[in-house]
Design a binder for this molecule. Structure first.
Ligand code: DX5
Ligand code: ZN
Length: 221
């Protein structure tokens, strides 16, 4: 697979000090900053919009911003986040009437395109659009909140997705989001994931760097 990337989710960071929280994880090895965008419509919670993505870039966040859009409808926000400096933009299939068109739009705007599948959604949904993807993101919790428990059956989906990507011979990153911890990341990596979103495990710790190092060592083992 691709090299291991650790993407701290700032959903569990101190939002009043968001720029410094990003610096703190980047200094100790974060590869991406995962930004969870929620609209109280697609998911029952609300977070931040494109202005905050822009602000993080202006502040000087130096790693790619991995935007996870949990909003419906999604197309106008794809445009706004692309303008606001997002690197990856990932969308849920239920959030657009025309998935192929929305994914194409992400790349047309110069960003890397991701498709996010909820725990109960089969990997098969990704098959026809695999050629439009830079990232396939499998949710291992129901989206909306940090700090939930990893749903074990998603490991089987990771293996299915890994096989699909490898058979297609495409350079699509395979990311897992939700309940990933030092204690289970080795299993998620063994199933075939190469990119790991981790929120509460990092930002709930006193020493972010120690957790990121342990995550990377376990994922690379
Ligand atoms: C949930 C978000 C996740 C979440 C992960 O809707 O997509 O990114 O913040 O947080 P943890 O690692 O705490 O499950
Ligand atoms: Zn997320």
């Amino acid at each position: 697979f691709g090299e291991v990337l650790i993407a701290p989710s700032v959903l569990s960071a101190d939002f009043a000090r968001l720029g410094q929280e990003c610096d703190s994880v980047i200094e100790v090895g974060a590869d991406l900053i995962h930004l969870d965008v929620m609209d109280n419509h697609y998911v029952p919670n609300i977070t931040v919009g494109p202005m905050v993505c822009q602000a993080l870039g202006d502040y000087g966040v130096s790693v790619p911003i991995d935007v996870h859009l949990m909003v419906e409808p999604v197309d106008s926000l794809i445009e706004q986040f692309a303008k606001a400096g997002a690197s990856f933009i990932s969308i849920h299939p239920e959030a657009t009437r025309h998935l192929d068109r929305s994914l194409a739009l992400i790349r047309d705007l110069g960003c890397k395109a991701g498709l996010v599948l909820n725990p109960a959604t089969p990997v098969e949904v990704a098959r026809q659009v695999l050629g439009r993807l830079d990232m396939l993101l499998l949710m291992s919790v129901n989206p909306g909140f940090g700090g939930q428990a990893f749903i074990p059956y998603v490991l089987d989906k990771v293996a299915v997705a890994r096989q699909m990507i490898d058979e297609a011979g495409l350079a699509v990153r395979l990311e897992v989001d939700g309940g990933v911890k030092v204690s289970n990341i080795a299993d998620v990596a063994a199933a075939g994931a190469d990119t790991f979103v981790v929120g509460s495990e990092i930002f709930g710790a006193r020493d972010y760097g120690a957790v990121i190092s342990q995550l990377r060592v376990a994922a690379e083992a």
